[in-house]
Ligand binder design. Structure first.
Ligand code: ADP
Ligand code: MG
Length: 700
């Protein structure tokens, strides 16, 4: 059976002894399936190899191929050793290659007479064409050769793998033998109907062809097939999880009770925007439908998500249910608590705040009120629902700023609690393809519109010699009774330095603005001190707040009209946008200054330029993903987004659409996958997707 074969441990494979098995397992390859699922990092064929005579010095990487003429270990200045070789393809056409690392084992791995492919950026030193630290691959004597027109796969061999002898060449040999001897144990894991209707290459052929393609066309079809399969099984997971949840009835919340009406008529200080009303309509329909709501509310920073959550909460409370509102940080939970309880004060509801720093006695009392049902609205960090807080009648859970929560974490959350309606909110708008991947099991409301009367934010990149000007602008704002943020980066690797930077910045500002109160907030402060400082800024007592990125999400101070971001080149684009969203929240025009180094990388220059050009969060996300690639954009670990080996969410949208449509149709027609033709797919799904899913769900 295919599944059993693929789950065999690697040490059963010919050519892999205990030592190699250990190294492979450290590299994440424990089973035959892992070995076969490796994706070659590159392919080599005649057309991708340059003749040495045609190589020009430049910034692009090239591949050359030839025979090793000589090798040698050379001692350089300070006794530092390097390994050098000379490679020749045609008589007299030579390049040199030099490695400064791994000298000892490389001198054993490469010998005179070997046929090698080198891949790297060519340079010229003293007239000699040479490569520093090129990738190299031995390409001789392993069956089909590039010389006979074959396409050869190169594997992502790390130094450890290479040292254990697991070079690309060895890997090719192992895989070749494995597929030759056992390839017939592979099975097609997609239903015949899908393979045919999608015009896919057979799964068994694709698994062989990705490693040993017969020609470029077969390789392209293998890649397409495996991308489809990868996206298909993930969509199957989303479809299953959606259909699983649909089986559970949801609390029926009619959505037009007295509290909500009073709030809308007498308390709400402004008119809802069209986007807010639309989102609320959708939420009302969902919660009244009798099945469980899973809705994602996407809205740029400042689009007014909080009030939507509050009104949804009132619908639930009107129907006699309790509500939990969760935020990722204590500062945010606190802020929500303050603004929500102020807003709801006239209704006389019991609103509670529960975070890690709630004192024990208070916590006990609050938990009792929650389990008796007298506390109607509980606000807190994400721990609220996970800590097994025992609600009496939880009807709705709102999760704010929830872009860090993956599909499997959501599933876990759902299975744990009393299955309330779920409203997830995020200020990180993401392109459609990614939304489908991350949130494909959710219904989505998008709020593009912002509340009226917002003043625009002018954004300007400035340099150190503009500092006096920026301070003058700050002075001007403060004189008008307005407030300023000064933000410093804080990254873990350089935390100490960064903190010192923020602290000395704070001291410098305190001297420049000696007549007003300047506050400092950073993650290393005690919660109580932090809260007190924050509170003095929120109340307006302190016109300047110096902070590290703790203010990134959600803080709402309408009188803040100026933000100075120090070392702006060190921030990511989405982060800059989130930060900037802290200003421009009131009725005054706002300014954002991005203090940047004179010298910057091309990428950071483009980030800052994007900030100057637009404040549309959707556009910013797009640019950010273009600059960084999807993987980095969300960070697999944080988002719960699976690391796709093959598919690229930016470029493979078409395949994603097809995979999604197919998977959702199958689950709709046969939710438990009972049809005989679905059995191989089902076994595969259970063995590889659900299992991996469980691992993912433990992250974060
Ligand atoms: P976010 O979507 O970033 O969470 P908030 O909910 O914090 O945004 O709202 C930002 C600000 O806009 C708040 O001060 C809020 O009171 C205000 N606001 C929300 N909706 C409206 C509206 N319809 N009209 C005017 N102001 C609004
Ligand atoms: Mg918010």
């Amino acid at each position: 059976m295919s599944v059993e074969f693929l789950t065999q441990p690697v040490h059963d494979v010919e050519g892999i002894g205990p030592a190699r098995a250990r190294v492979l397992s450290e590299a994440g390859m424990r089973t035959v399936g892992d070995l076969l699922a490796q994706v070659p990092r590159r392919y080599l064929d005649r057309s991708s190899v340059l003749r040495i005579r045609d190589v020009r010095v430049g910034a692009t990487s090239v591949t050359v191929m030839g025979t090793v003429l000589m090798t040698g270990t050379v001692s350089g200045r300070g006794g530092r050793k390097r390994f050098e070789i000379v490679l020749e393809d045609e008589p007299g056409r030579r390049v040199k290659a030099v490695w400064f690392q791994g000298v000892a084992w490389m001198s054993k791995a490469i010998e005179k007479g070997h046929r090698l492919a080198l891949h790297g950026k060519p340079a010229r030193f003293g007239g000699t064409l040479s490569f520093s630290h090129p990738d190299f691959d031995r390409i001789d004597e392993d069956g089909p050769s590039i010389d006979t027109g074959r396409i050869i796969a190169l594997y992502p061999g790390s130094a450890t793998l290479q040292k254990a002898g697991l070079t690309s060449r060895t890997m090719r040999r192992i895989l070749y033998k494995l597929l030759k001897d056992h390839g017939r144990k592979l099975r097609e894991n997609l239903p015949e109907s899908v393979v045919t209707s999608q015009g896919l290459l057979d799964g068994r052929v694709a698994r062989r062809a990705i490693h040993f393609p017969r020609n470029a066309d077969e390789l392209a079809r293998a890649i397409h097939r495996l991308k489809f399969e990868e996206l298909f099984f993930f969509q199957l997971l989303l479809a299953t999880s959606r259909s699983h949840r649909a089986q559970y009835p949801g609390a029926v919340i009619p959505g037009d009770g007295p509290l909500m009406h009073r709030f809308l008529r007498e308390i709400l200080p402004f008119q809802l925007t069209g986007a807010q009303s639309q989102a609320l309509d959708a939420i009302g329909k969902d919660m009244g439908s009798g099945s469980q709501m899973n809705r994602l509310l996407q809205g740029d920073v400042g689009s007014g998500k909080t009030v939507v959550a509050v009104i949804a909460a009132l619908m639930a409370i009107d129907a006699g249910y309790q509500v939990a509102i969760m935020a990722p940080t204590e500062i945010l939970s606190d802020q929500h608590y303050r603004s929500v309880s102020r807003l709801l004060a006239p209704l006389g509801l019991h609103v509670g705040l529960l975070t890690g720093s709630t004192p024990a006695a208070e916590r006990r009392e609050l938990l009792a009120a929650v389990s008796e049902g007298t506390c109607q609205l509980l606000i807190g960090t994400h721990a609220v629902i996970q800590d097994g807080v025992d609600f009496c009648r939880l009807g709705l859970a709102v999760v704010d700023e929830q872009h860090r929560f993956g599909v499997l974490q959501r599933a876990t959350l759902f299975d744990k609690g009393s299955r309330p309606h779920m409203l997830l909110m995020t200020a990180t708008p993401i392109p459609r393809s990614l939304a489908l991947t991350l949130y494909g099991d959710l219904h989505v409301s998008v709020m593009r519109e912002r509340p009226p009367g917002r003043q625009p934010i002018t954004t300007k990149v400035v340099r150190e010699n503009d500092r006096d000007h920026v301070y003058a602008m700050m002075r001007h704002e403060i004189d008008q009774g307005r407030q300023c943020y000064v933000v410093y980066p804080l990254v873990e690797e350089s935390e100490k330095l960064d903190l010192r930077d923020a602290v000395s910045g704070y001291e410098a500002l305190s001297a420049v603005f000696a007549d007003v109160r300047v506050e400092l907030v950073h993650g290393r402060m005690k919660a109580a001190e932090k809260d007190a400082a924050m509170a003095r800024f929120v109340s307006g007592e302190a016109p300047i707040l110096v902070s590290t990125t703790v203010i990134e999400v959600g803080v709402d101070v309408p009188a803040a009209t100026l933000m100075l971001i120090e070392h702006a080149e060190r921030f990511g684009l989405s982060q800059l946008h989130q930060l900037r969203g802290r200003i421009g929240r009131g009725q005054y025009a706002s300014q954002c200054f991005l203090m940047a180094e004179y010298k910057q990388s091309e990428e950071s220059r483009r980030r800052l330029q994007a900030m100057e050009e637009t404040d549309d969060g959707f556009r910013i996300s797009e640019i950010d993903m273009e600059l960084r690639g999807v993987g980095d954009f969300f960070g697999t670990q944080q988002s719960g987004l699976p690391a796709f080996r093959m598919a690229d969410l930016m470029t493979d949208q078409d395949i994603l659409d097809q995979a999604r449509e197919t998977a959702f149709r199958i689950i709709e027609e046969d939710p438990s996958l009972t049809a005989a033709t679905y059995q191989p797919m089902k076994r595969w799904f259970e063995a590889f997707v659900l299992r991996r899913g469980m691992r993912l769900s433990r992250i974060g």
